[in-house]
Design a protein around this ligand. Structure first.
Ligand SMILES: Nc1ncnc2c1ncn2[C@@H]1O[C@H](COP(=O)(O)OP(=O)(O)OP(=O)(O)O)[C@@H](O)[C@H]1O
Ligand SMILES: [Mg+2]
Length: 246
């Protein structure tokens, strides 16, 4: 579904993504992991069409990526909620921007808020929510457009361990029930192994893919209680450390 070919991305003169090639299949999930500053968000913004490649290509379903693709849902590192809008108005934003009819917006927003169990929060402002609730609202907003591709940038980094696991479970469920292709950026190894069918390890130095691991245990909701989970976590940890020592 997503094909990245010889991708180079720059901010001014500084190269942040150095010749990346990556294929992500339809209905699969991919976790991108790497140290702070290695270019994970930049790569995700490229896939979202927010930042343009310096050279190379990013194709989605064989078309060059464009901004505001109708079926791409994006959840940003800081949730991206507008403080002056209520929860309901924040969640409706994706549909409003894409020009949906008022009646469809009303129906879809109410439906998704109920599904994520946050309907009761609809009239609050972001400042009146906990971190976990804000995160659910950001997920709700991304889901209203019925995405076939969901991009998430460090979605759960500010949450406690249990809230984090609950939201990871929710994302796994959403992926399974809706056949959404999921690309998740994280610096958390356990999260990458729980949510990544493919785990892409980026290097210490800018913008390079060091390893790609296929995770045969992906999709098992009980994975955290099994030793195989920790085996893969250890493998990822060793590969990340090896890169650090070089
Ligand atoms: N708008 C910008 N202008 C110039 N340089 C930038 C800009 N945004 C990011 N960078 C630089 O590009 C590099 C990659 O940044 P990026 O945000 O993609 O990293 P990251 O892997 O997402 O890091 P983190 O895990 O901390 O979120 C960093 O060195 C960063 O300082
Ligand atoms: Mg980032």
């Amino acid at each position: 579904m997503v094909k990245i070919k010889n991708l180079i991305m720059k901010y001014g003169n500084s190269t942040v993504i150095k010749n990346i090639n990556l294929n992500i299949n339809k209905n699969s999930t991919c976790a991108i992991i790497g140290p702070s500053g290695c270019g994970k968000s930049t790569l995700l913004y490229g896939i979202a069409g927010i930042l343009k490649p310096f050279s190379g290509e990013i194709l989605i379903n064989n078309f060059p990526v464009k901004e505001n693709r109708k079926k791409t849902g994006l959840i940003l590192q800081n949730y991206g909620l507008l403080p002056w809008k209520t929860v309901w108005n924040n969640v409706s934003l994706g549909l409003t921007i894409r020009g949906y009819h008022k009646k469809d917006i009303q129906y879809n927003v109410d439906k998704v808020l109920r599904e994520l169990d946050v309907y009761d929060l609809k009239d609050r402002y972001p400042i009146e929510l906990s971190g976990g609730q804000r995160q659910r609202i950001a997920i709700a907003r991304a889901l209203t457009i019925s995405p076939d591709l969901l991009l998430m940038d460090e979605p759960f980094s500010s949450l406690d361990a249990i809230s984090r696991e609950n939201l990871q479970n929710l994302i796994l469920k959403i992926h399974k029930e809706n056949n959404i292709t999921l690309i998740l950026v994280t610096h958390n190894i356990e999260e990458a192994v729980f949510l990544g069918q493919t785990i892409v390890i980026m290097g210490q130095k800018f913008g390079e893919i060091k390893n790609i691991i296929n995770n045969p245990y992906f999709g098992d909701e009980e994975l955290r209680y099994k030793s195989d989970y920790y085996k893969i976590c250890m493998e990822v940890r060793q590969l990340m450390r090896k890169d650090e020592i070089k």
